[in-house]
Write a protein that binds this ligand. Structure first.
Ligand SMILES: Nc1ncnc2c1ncn2[C@@H]1O[C@H](COP(=O)(O)OP(=O)(O)OP(=O)(O)O)[C@@H](O)[C@H]1O
Ligand SMILES: [Mg+2]
Length: 719
């Protein structure tokens, strides 16, 4: 058999890893050293040289998108399909197992997945029923508590406490929440894993079945597995199963969600004769970018330690840009992206990364203004938008009448005269009868517990759902969605909203229908098409297929950038308190995690990296004047240069801030100030040149023009 294609394009250490005969292999290596590539080639090696059937392979990736790409690459190497191989995220794989064995896992076949928004809704309801005051007991905190327990594999009964109020109250909430999920046939993200873990642990027959089936397990980004994920992996792979694990301790960034770097050491202990291979050559970034990343991460104490070098040129220096505020930061980024595109590069080759989701709004505004196409990756996901969720909730309820979360969401959306009181009546009945809201609602109607008008409205709603299913369920997915949007009057409700928003909602609903049209049912052979689609909507990062192929700038948080790479990268908001985040600054462990996040961010860049910080930023509703992030200071001076808009390189020192004031006609102007011009509209002052009557002001306008104007004649208005 010719193994050339599989070993081609790999260095010595990578080849050793790919073709290793060892049953337990750990590839521990820094960013961009080819870990993911090794994983792909190893799968191809196992199939073609070790003659494993794709059916016997299970691989865990960090995102659904990564899973799709990985499958595609393996198939390319093999020259044939590997569709029998299980590959996906922990959640995706657990979901697949639960669907196949729902009854054994004590779930209805129609169970639905709760995303974190829906989960919070259910928790709120449960806490209200328990008469817990939500100022004293914030539901979000309870949500955090429950998820944390699940991540550690704990049910309410497993939680030990000595009667402290916090834990005992939250345990009760957890217990009641579980009851609510049971009645509703609902499974949250954490539950997917915990439930499959328990299923395999308690059902020897199933465990034997899967342990016999899976002969090789591979995991990418292993450093971010949490307790339950690790336990899950151990259950699915018995001692005869080959295991290949790749990871980088310096990129562990999910400690706040229970991920444990120690799992790497644990792996070494738990499996016999683990062979460790280190990869040291980086193929992704220029010498400069790599040196910067190495310099930053060197400030962490808790490291396994490794060396990373590249044959690549030094490349361009890292550009620093001191913006006056977040608007100006966005303006700078969008104008650089425009230049990049005008030079013949693709938008899709550039990414804007940020620490906190809220930063995307201003960036989006400027990209829109400049008509630069963009896509938010893993942010507010397509399937999380209100109109999309409303429509999906109708469908979920049609397919699973037990789904209380969906019921709550749509029972009075659009408004049909079922106010809080009526809904409360339904909830009370559900509690009294120990049943779900759907059943309770029928009882309320039959017993005429509501006013005649409300009773009539509720009956109409129940009939709508019942008939909707009967009439639509055999139609193509797309039609089911369109008919649901019409029958529910959702479209009519959105149409009443004003302007752009209504338009955007309409477009999103059209997009939902087309996502359904393009949805590949084959990924979930064991499900009905709509159930598969609804599950996909809950699990996917919202990359509808139509969007994937467009040439768009990628916007994402630093957390979601893991594993990805882009020729041009901007990291916005490199400021103390924002990044490192305020909540993480006082504890050494958390600060080290922030630094690993900076390492992840910097190492996403292949050719060119911009780091931006603002001298003034509106944060949490207040104007702040942040200091430059320590992570910028940790990059050696010779690797970075300070840049200015439109003029090229300025002196490589940090600007001391905008302090220069100029008075004209009694109006005071400052650097960074927002101004209005009768012709060019609003803009920001970037610079002053000259003095007195001859002062020239340099303004960058929102329309995209940048002008030098004589201040005395410019008719500028201070905003
Ligand atoms: N031997 C090689 N020759 C040429 N290019 C390579 C080689 N190994 C890896 N690459 C390329 O280097 C880049 C980084 O590889 P890869 O994404 O697998 O690294 P990684 O270690 O998984 O990074 P991260 O830690 O960020 O996930 C990719 O573009 C990959 O195709
Ligand atoms: Mg990788």
């Amino acid at each position: 058999m010719d193994v050339t294609p599989i070993l081609d394009g790999l260095n010595k250490a990578q080849r050793e890893a790919v073709s290793s005969p060892d049953a337990a292999l750990l590839v521990l290596a820094g960013a961009g050293s080819g870990k993911t590539r090794v994983l792909v080639h190893r799968i191809a090696w196992l199939i073609s040289v070790e003659q494993l059937s794709p059916h016997c392979i299970i691989a865990v990736t960090f995102t659904n998108k990564a899973a799709q790409e990985m499958r595609g690459r393996v198939e390319n190497l093999l020259g044939h399909s590997a569709s029998a191989m299980w590959i996906g995220t922990f959640h995706g794989l657990a979901h697949r197992l639960l669907r196949a064995h729902a009854r054994d896992a004590n779930l209805p076949d129609t169970f639905q997945i709760l995303d974190s928004d829906d989960q919070l809704r259910v928790i709120k309801r449960v806490m209200k029923e328990m008469n817990l005051d939500d100022t004293e007991w914030p539901p979000k905190q309870a949500q955090w508590f429950i998820n944390k327990q699940k991540d550690e594999g704990k049910r309410p009964k497993d939680i030990k406490h000595q009667g402290d109020l916090f834990t005992s109250v939250h345990c009760k909430v957890y217990f009641q929440y579980e009851e609510a999920c049971k009645i509703g046939g609902l499974v949250d993200f954490g539950e997917l894993l915990l439930r499959t873990y328990e299923l395999l642990r308690d059902n020897q027959h199933l465990r034997d079945h899967y342990q016999q089936r899976f002969q090789h397990l591979l995991v990418d980004e292993f450093q971010d597995t949490n307790g339950i994920q690790y336990a899950w992996l151990k259950l699915i792979s018995n001692k005869d199963c080959g295991v290949t694990i790749v990871g980088d301790d310096d990129q562990s960034i999910y400690g706040w969600r229970g991920a444990k770097i120690e799992n790497i050491q644990r792996f070494d202990r738990d499996y016999a004769d683990v062979k460790t291979i280190r990869l040291e050559q980086n193929y992704r970034s220029t010498g400069t970018i790599l040196k910067a990343a190495n310099a930053v991460i060197a400030n962490n104490q808790e490291r396994m330690g490794k060396n990373l070098w590249t044959e690549d040129d030094e490349g361009e220096p890292i550009s620093l840009y001191a913006a006056f505020n977040e608007q100006e930061e966005a303006r700078f980024i969008s104008s650089r992206i425009n230049e990049w595109h005008e030079d013949g590069n693709a938008f899709a080759d550039c990414a804007i990364l940020y620490r906190s989701n809220a930063q995307s709004r201003v960036l989006e505004e400027y990209l829109l203004q400049r008509q630069i196409p963009y896509r938010i990756y893993g942010g507010l996901k397509f399937f999380e938008r209100a109109e999309v969720k409303d429509t999906l909730a109708y469908l979920r309820l049609m397919y699973n009448h037990q789904d209380d979360a969906a019921f709550e969401r749509v029972v009075n959306t659009p408004p049909r005269g079922l106010g809080q009181k009526s809904v409360e009546k339904i909830r009370e009945t559900a509690r009294a009868e120990q049943t779900n809201l759907w059943q309770a609602a029928w009882k309320v109607v039959e017993d005429k517990q509501l006013s005649p008008k409300a009773n009539g409205a509720l009956l109409m709603f129940l009939e709508l759902i019942k008939q909707g299913y009967q009439e639509f369920h055999e139609l193509p997915l797309e039609e089911q969605i369109q008919l649901t949007i019409e029958a529910s009057n959702l479209m009519e409700m959105y149409a009443k909203e004003k302007g752009e928003k209504a338009l955007a909602r309409k477009e999103n609903l059209a997009e939902l229908a087309s996502a359904a049209r393009e949805f590949d049912v084959d990924d979930y052979p064991e499900l009905s098409p709509m159930t598969a689609f609804l599950a996909h909507a809950s699990l996917e990062a919202g990359d509808t297929q139509a969007e994937q192929y467009e040439d768009c700038v990628q916007l994402m948080t630093l957390h979601s950038a893991k594993g990805l790479e882009f020729p041009l990268v901007f990291i916005a908001g490199m400021e103390e308190k924002l990044f490192p985040h305020m909540m993480s600054m006082d504890e050494p462990d958390k600060l080290e995690e922030e630094r690993r996040l900076a390492y992840v961010g910097i190492t996403r860049a292949m050719k060119k990296l911009y780091l931006l910080y603002a001298e003034k930023r509106r944060l949490w509703g207040k104007d702040t004047y942040p200091a430059v992030s320590r992570f910028i200071r940790e990059i050696p001076a010779q690797l970075k240069e300070e840049v200015r808009l439109n003029s090229q390189i300025a002196t490589p020192t940090f600007s001391s801030g905008a302090t220069q004031d100029v008075v004209n006609d009694g109006i005071e102007f400052k650097l960074g100030q927002m101004v209005n011009h009768p012709k060019w509209g609003s803009g920001v002052i970037l610079n002053f040149e000259g003095e007195g009557d001859r002062t020239v002001v340099h303004v960058s306008f929102d329309c995209g023009e940048s002008k030098r104007l004589m201040l005395a004649y410019a008719r500028l208005e201070a905003l």
